[in-house]
Design a binder for this molecule. Structure first.
Ligand code: HGY
Ligand code: MN
Ligand code: MN
Length: 429
């Protein structure tokens, strides 16, 4: 592809992402949650683009939009499909590239293949998942868990902040809570899953590279903590006798930060290197929530990630130890519930090699391999098929923030690398 063609594709991507970014639940910031009206409008727009690109479009029982490009069905990969895509839901006050870039890149790659008149030996299917972030419901990766058949826990009765269950929201959206299992693909029918995604970190920018090749997705745990003390009158309860749930929670949050800062947690005989360990409290709520009442209860989230499962498990154990000590000293009770735990999801080695080759062919420079600290749909899709990810440089590594930005040039190069990766698979199938 010429530089002009790559730039034109990148500009198309930017325009499509701008159109998607205008679909939000809030007028002055981007928030698009699973099974909402905004999800429906974004899904409709993506379906329109897919149809215009010549794809056969359908929505599955979980609200994922599928766009299928049939192949010649010849050779060893006859009857199989390659999946590409990402998610169209967002966090609160989100950037416009996280997830959506992977869907748009898949559609643009199909357009480029058709422009060249290429018919692949296998089918190519673009997927737009409706729930990767897990912001509305305490469950993440719902769409990709359905497609990959890795839906384990009966989560349909989980509720959002308004008490609406996933089951009810799915039915109201036009999905089918009773048909989720039937939507699962069989491993023998799928060649792989490739996702184009912004890096959401600073590495590629620091290296001056437009693209990177993801080797694995970090081990990730998401927890919900409840601290129970005793509500009381802010004006009359002596400080020394208080069981202030918010003061206790505040000390716990600092303890969590300290664990995240630790480079290693000493163990008898061998340190556990907690490389890339990160620990975040993103949500906190004090109850009953009045300025003249000592908080009797506090609920807060905990997100812990590390490059290895062992490092994450060590860190969670250390957090539990410190939190229990604080609770005991302050006379409060604390409960830690697991929302989800995901082990490291490794990209398939053959997929890493193939993507690295495509990146080098398109960029003319060596490809850089890196781990993803952010979670992705590949953590579910890895149960179905070999996964691979193409990372795209993002300015300042900023993400989950409206300042998130990827250049049209880099996005065009990412689509070109995706096309090369797909053609490489096609040549061998
Ligand atoms: O939390 C994550 O890493 C992803 O953005 N869902
Ligand atoms: Mn995200
Ligand atoms: Mn994402």
């Amino acid at each position: 592809m010429t530089a002009a063609e790559i730039k034109a594709i990148g500009e198309r991507a930017e325009a499509m992402l701008d159109a998607l970014a205008s679909i939000s639940a809030e007028p002055d910031r981007l928030t698009r949650l699973y099974l909402t009206e905004e999800h429906r409008r974004a899904a409709r727009l993506v379906a329109e683009w897919m149809r215009a690109a010549g794809l056969r479009v359908r929505m599955d029982a979980a609200g994922t939009v599928h766009g299928l490009l049939p192949g010649s069905n010849k050779g060893p990969s006859a009857g199989k499909r390659l999946l590409v895509g990402s998610h169209i839901d967002t966090v609160v006050d989100a950037g416009r590239y996280d997830g959506t870039l992977g869907v748009v890149a898949g559609i643009l790659a199909v357009e480029e293949l058709r422009r060249r008149g290429i018919v692949l030996p296998f089918a190519l299917e673009v997927l737009a998942f409706g729930d990767e972030e897990g912001v509305r419901f305490p469950k993440t990766l719902l769409g990709s868990s359905v497609v990959s058949g890795s839906l384990r826990d009966p989560m349909l009765d989980l509720t959002d902040a308004d008490g609406v269950t996933i089951r009810a929201a799915l039915a109201a959206f036009g999905g089918d809570p009773d048909a989720l299992e039937a939507e699962a693909y069989r491993p023998e029918d799928v060649l792989g899953f490739i996702e184009v995604h912004i890096e959401q970190g600073p590495v590629l920018e620091q290296l001056g590279l437009p693209l990177g090749v993801v080797t694995s997705i970090a081990s990730q745990g998401r927890y919900r903590l409840t601290v129970k003390g005793e509500a009381g009158h802010a004006g009359t309860v002596p400080m020394a006798t208080r069981r202030d749930a918010l003061a206790a929670a505040a000390e716990m949050v600092l303890a969590i930060e300290a664990v995240g800062m630790i480079q290693s947690i000493g163990r008898t005989g061998d340190d556990v290197r907690t490389e890339t360990l990160v620990a975040t409290v993103g949500e906190i709520k004090a109850l009953p929530g009045a300025s003249n009442v000592i908080p009797g209860e506090v609920r807060f989230s905990l997100d812990i990630r590390a490059g290895t499962d062992r490092a994450r498990e060590e860190a969670v154990a250390e957090v539990r130890r410190r939190i229990d000590e604080i609770a005991g000293r302050r006379g409060v009770a604390v409960r830690i519930e697991t929302v989800h735990e995901k082990v490291v999801a490794a990209s398939a080695p053959e997929m890493v090699e193939r993507i690295a080759g495509a990146v080098e062919a398109v960029t003319g420079s060596p490809s850089h391999r890196l781990m993803s600290g952010a979670g992705h749909d590949g953590q579910a899709m890895v149960h179905l098929a070999p996964i691979g990810m193409i990372f795209v440089r993002c300015r300042g590594g900023i993400s989950h923030n409206p300042a998130e930005y990827a250049s049209p040039e880099d996005m065009g190069i990412a689509v070109a690398a995706l096309v090369e990766t797909i053609l490489g698979l096609g040549a061998e199938s």
